[in-house]
Design a protein around this ligand. Structure first.
Ligand code: RIB
Length: 275
């Protein structure tokens, strides 16, 4: 009789636990794993490639039953060398690009970008700025691609910022030099930073600038003005990811599962018609 040894542990790699997006995502993951009597082992990679790959090797060594990877710094080579070779079940999502040869959960980033642009355009904003990292992960790049189906390149100022509050705050001097009246922050954290930066510059939202974020973290409702944003189903994203991984562990030979979850515009108070 074969005895199956399992640790009933799943390793989860995220790029930044200070971002509430990942807090909410992990809650969704953990809820499903907990119900199935698995322990969630969280690794905060801090966008550091060496750290991420070290975690991958170490988790493998400790015999976790599966991996959830939301961080782009985990290279495909590391995945091949460590996960595929040892036949560890894994699933990728969010900042880690789905390559078509693993389980994956996506959200409709392209549509999210298109919705944000359509909203600003309908409010009369002719010139807009997009705040995002120059070296963005593929999911974030898709938001820009969708945005560009509505606005021509000539009407968009790209401002290079990290996905953080500080990034948004520090972008304000650059924004003031542009003709933009509508600001698309590629995540809510950047938008919250913009609020502070704009206030420091004596500017008001939405009187002087309309701001739209992305994610719909809980904080959107608690800032003034409440933040208009594109909602990802963050908790559900975590749940679905964990469910697919558990199904893979049970059934290693089933065909790859790739899901795409919808996004939607949540109109609040930070966007207004151009006067
Ligand atoms: O806020 C974190 C951002 O990075 C989110 O938009 C999420 O999708 C991730 O890629």
């Amino acid at each position: 009789r074969m005895i199956m040894k399992t640790s009933k542990t799943i390793g989860v790699l995220v790029p930044d636990i200070t971002n509430p997006f990942f807090g909410e995502l992990i809650r969704g993951i953990e809820q499903v794993l907990y119900q199935a009597s698995y322990i969630t082992m969280l690794c905060n990679a801090d966008l550091d490639e060496t750290k991420e790959q070290g975690y991958l090797a170490e988790l493998s060594h400790r015999g976790v039953d599966g991996f959830i990877i939301a961080s782009s710094a985990v290279s495909n080579q590391a995945i091949n060398d460590i996960l595929r070779t040892k036949q560890h079940p894994f699933i990728v999502l969010d900042q880690k690009k789905a390559e078509g040869f693993s389980d994956a959960v996506l959200t409709d980033d392209f549509e999210g970008g298109r919705l944000a642009a359509t909203h600003l355009k309908q409010l009369g904003h002719q010139h807009v700025a997009v705040l995002m990292p120059a070296q963005a992960s593929v999911n974030v790049q898709q938001r820009l691609a969708g945005f560009k189906t509505v606005y021509a390149d000539a009407d968009i100022d790209r401002i290079d910022v990290p996905l953080s509050k500080l990034g948004g705050r520090q972008a304000v001097p650059a924004i003031l030099k542009t003709a933009a009246t509508g600001l698309f922050a590629i995540n809510d954290e950047i938008a919250f930073g913009l609020y502070l930066g704009l206030a420091e510059a004596g500017k008001q939202v939405p009187r002087d600038y309309s701001v739209i974020g992305y994610d719909n973290v809980e904080m959107c409702e608690y800032v003034t003005p409440q933040l208009t944003t594109i909602a990802q189903p963050i908790f559900e994203l975590g749940q679905v990811t964990a469910e697919i991984l558990l199904a893979r562990i049970k059934n290693p030979d089933q065909p790859w599962d790739e899901r795409r979850l919808p996004v939607k515009l949540i109109e609040r108070k930070s966007t207004a018609h151009l006067n």
